[in-house]
Design a protein around this ligand. Structure first.
Ligand code: MD6
Ligand code: FE
Length: 210
């Protein structure tokens, strides 16, 4: 959504059934200061799995509810457990970006109320997983990649098959839903391009309706 023209001509590619890719759709110079303000209130932190293992990447949230993982399990909560305060509000620019991207993939209305923010350093990975903690699986997830590029892996209904791999660059947006809503996916960050502003750091925003 760099400007209106981008929207009209936006090249939307269906890279897997019901997984849509919008290359260079998000404007990182607009988003990065908003993310900085969020992380000043709710810093990135490493959460732990219910089994006690530390997750490989650090995370935070903005919105009405935020995704957490701890000894009690994976879930969405209304307060940041680190500060016991509400998560920072979701900036209007985030909501508009997510809604416009979702609409391009024929998901409307989409009213995201949770945004999970992942932070990767070079070499960090997100293990193949499904996103299934959201109660209404008819709602899509909109994912925004910023900073260093990463190799995104799209599996399928199981993670035993060989994944489709797609390199995601700063500004790339994906929309997932319908038949793809519960497919396995993961992220690797070895083969990366440093970003002028973020260097060897990658930030991913995932917008959800919870
Ligand atoms: C990431 N993304 O790109 C992690 N999940 O860092 C996800 O886990 C994800 O991109 C659900 C839908 C889209 C995604
Ligand atoms: Fe995911």
């Amino acid at each position: 959504m760099k400007d209106l023209f981008t929207d009209i001509t936006a090249a939307i590619e269906e890279i897997h059934p019901d997984v849509y890719l919008l290359r260079d759709y998000a404007d990182s110079p607009t988003l990065l200061p908003l993310i900085k303000a969020i992380t000043e209130q709710a810093p990135f932190r490493f959460m732990h799995t219910p089994g006690g293992k530390r997750l490989h990447i650090s995370m935070t949230n903005c919105g009405d509810v935020g995704w957490i993982s701890d000894a009690q399990g994976y879930r969405y909560v209304g307060t940041d457990p680190t500060s016991n305060r509400p998560w920072p509000a979701m900036p209007q620019a985030f909501i508009e970006l997510a809604q416009r991207a979702a609409a391009l993939a024929q998901f409307h209305p989409f009213q995201p109320n949770a945004c999970l923010i992942n932070h990767y350093r070079m070499g960090q990975e997100l293990t193949a997983h499904q996103d299934k903690n959201e109660p209404d699986l008819s709602q899509p997830i909109v994912s925004v990649s910023l900073g260093m590029s990463a190799r995104f892996q799209v599996y399928g209904k199981s993670r035993s098959q060989r994944p489709l791999e797609v390199e995601l660059y700063d500004g790339d947006v994906m929309v997932w839903g319908r038949s793809a809503r519960l497919i396995y996916h993961g992220v690797k960050t070895q083969r990366s391009l440093p970003h002028p502003e973020l260097g060897e750091h990658r930030i991913n925003l995932t917008f959800r309706r919870v």
